[in-house]
Design a protein around this ligand. Structure first.
Ligand SMILES: Cc1noc(C)c1-c1cc(NS(=O)(=O)c2ccccc2)cc(C(=O)O)c1
Length: 130
């Protein structure tokens, strides 16, 4: 195994822990699983690239993320989807938009606090080569 593979394994262990922490926070319950297309029947008419925390955990296991930035891009996608699908001035739309912004800010804050910035830069170099 190359030195890079050990770094990517360490990244996966780190990202699983971040994913677990976010998914276990009750505030982010609506983002833990794919939107139920039987319940939300027009979802795919509006949202072209659904994303959720369970799918992200699977992507970690499938070595789809080569750096934390790629992981945060999917978090930002979860948030953007929720803002796009729930744009109205109703209290329920406002509530899910607030939860989505909170998820995004918590994820970025967790990674900024817990991730060594040099390690992320090394991972981004690996990501560029792949
Ligand atoms: C997410 C999301 N994005 O747009 C909308 C609208 C939602 C969303 C989706 C659901 N129902 S769901 O079956 O797809 C589901 C339940 C539990 C965890 C994950 C998804 C419920 C609600 C709600 O407000 O209760 C909101």
């Amino acid at each position: 195994k190359r030195k890079e593979d050990y770094k990517l394994r360490e990244l996966r262990i780190f990202l699983r822990d971040i994913c677990r922490k976010l998914a276990s926070n009750r505030r982010f319950y609506k983002f833990t699983k794919p939107v139920d297309l039987e319940e939300v029947t027009d979802y795919l008419d509006i949202i072209k690239q659904p994303m959720d925390l369970e799918t992200m955990m699977t992507k970690v296991d499938m070595h789809k993320y080569n750096c934390a930035k790629e992981f945060l891009d999917d978090i930002d996608l979860i948030c953007a989807n929720a803002l796009e699908y729930n744009p109205d001035r109703t209290s329920s739309d406002k509530q899910i938009r607030h939860e989505a912004c909170s998820l995004r800010d918590h994820a970025h804050a967790l990674i900024d606090v817990e991730m060594d910035s040099d390690f992320e830069l090394e991972c981004q170099d690996i990501a560029k080569k792949r």
